[in-house]
Design a protein around this ligand. Structure first.
Ligand SMILES: Cc1cc2nc3c(=O)[nH]c(=O)nc-3n(C[C@H](O)[C@H](O)[C@H](O)COP(=O)(O)O)c2cc1C
Length: 367
């Protein structure tokens, strides 16, 4: 299935931007897990359009309904279906896009693939598709709480503006303190001013979201194709507009020698093992090593800009297209809960896989 992710904790999203609604089915949620509607709505509100002047002004309440799989606030262990209805779909903003492809958007590629396309609003390529991911991610976060794991993401960079953030101590309150979701207050102010200026000029900018998963024990992930960083990379890169992904030192690690780059092992006083540095980003050999998982995701400047640009028609004739409608001048602030959701979905899946792998007590069994 092209719209699903996960092995034991499995999700499938559905819905188009300007259709009746969007949603998700979550299969494999441990029975009796407390499911908080408020917790899911909290994450959706962080993703919602219209939450500040920095993001698209489409007016959506994004009110989530749980249709199945939950009773009296507890998971039944059966599929959990969640629905958010579309309320403010203005298809007229997209009339011209029936015949013309938006530069750097998904229109041309979708047309080539399917021979048909939900031209109003971008269909599945719209960021509205991520509602299902964020709702499912809220449940995945709840699964991870049982393992003592917390996932936090923040805006680390907007174009050339780079924040300074301590991933060991950063908190949700610090991230949510400003509409740009950058927990470096001085840099957040500069970022906000920059995005406002870019928006007023009808243009767009991109940047980097950083993410930490704290409390992940050693042993999650698989050794070959489902390496933890491979699954995290696939999940994060599947977000719209995400164009780069790195774990730990990432591309910057190529500038160091092995002597500079290696994470030395040390024994702690409780008999555990840690590494004073964490250039591996908490993953070695595709498996978590007990250090915080650190990753970064690059998001491109929003495709739709309020200017006339060259493009072609569906009949492959040269033309131009004037950007119009309500768009994010910068997707980064809203991408933060999306990155957290994708990371939580992958980690919850691997948590259950590792629990299953080690659930049989083989001690004392004779062949
Ligand atoms: C939070 C978020 C908001 C977005 N908002 C817009 C938008 O307002 N206008 C737009 O053209 N693209 C927007 N995008 C990006 C498009 O969905 C995306 O660029 C498009 O699907 C093409 O896919 P690609 O960029 O991954 O190749 C947004 C992406 C995210 C993550």
């Amino acid at each position: 299935m092209a719209s699903s992710l996960g092995v034991l904790f499995r999700v499938a999203t559905w819905g188009e931007s300007h259709g009746g609604g969007v949603g998700v089915v979550v299969d494999g949620c441990p029975p009796r897990l407390p499911i908080s509607l408020e917790g899911i709505q909290f994450e959706l509100d962080r993703r919602r359009p219209g939450q500040s002047s920095l993001v698209t002004q489409r007016k959506e309440s994004d009110h989530v309904e749980i249709l199945s799989g939950v009773q009296d606030g507890l998971a039944l262990g059966t599929p959990i279906a969640m629905l958010v209805r579309n309320e403010d779909a203005r298809s007229r903003d997209y009339d011209e896009m029936r015949e013309k492809f938006r530069p750097s958007h998904a229109d041309f590629a979708y047309d080539e693939k399917y021979g048909i396309r939900a031209w109003s609003g971008g269909g599945r390529a719209s960021a509205r598709e991520t509602i299902g991911r964020v709702a499912a991610g809220a449940i995945a976060k709840q699964v991870l709480r049982c393992f003592g794991v917390e996932v936090l993401a923040w805006v680390d960079q907007i174009q050339h503006l780079q924040a300074s953030v301590n991933s060991d101590t950063v908190s949700l309150a610090q991230i949510e303190a400003t509409p740009v979701r950058c927990p470096d207050p001085a840099m957040a102010e500069q970022m906000i001013a920059h995005i406002e200026a870019i928006r007023k000029a009808g243009n767009s900018v991109g940047g980097v979201v950083s993410c930490v998963a704290r409390g992940v024990p050693a042993g999650w992930g698989e050794p070959v194709f489902d390496k933890l960083e491979a699954d995290l990379g696939k999940a994060v890169l599947s977000l719209p507009a995400c164009k780069g992904f790195e774990v730990g030192s990432g591309f910057a690690g190529t500038l160091l020698t092995g002597l500079e780059h290696n994470d030395a092992y040390r024994a702690d006083e409780q008999g555990g093992v840690f590494t004073p540095t964490n250039r591996s980003g908490g993953i070695q050999g595709g498996i978590s090593n007990g250090m915080p998982i650190l990753l970064r995701a690059a998001f491109k400047p929003t495709a739709t800009v309020m200017h006339e640009q060259d493009t072609v028609t569906t009949k492959h004739e040269n033309t131009t297209l004037q950007g119009r409608g309500r768009h994010d001048a910068c997707v980064l602030p809203r991408a933060v809960p999306m990155v957290e959701a994708m990371v939580a979905l992958v980690l919850a899946d691997h948590a259950l896989r590792q629990a299953a792998l080690r659930s049989v007590n083989v001690d004392g069994i004779q062949c």
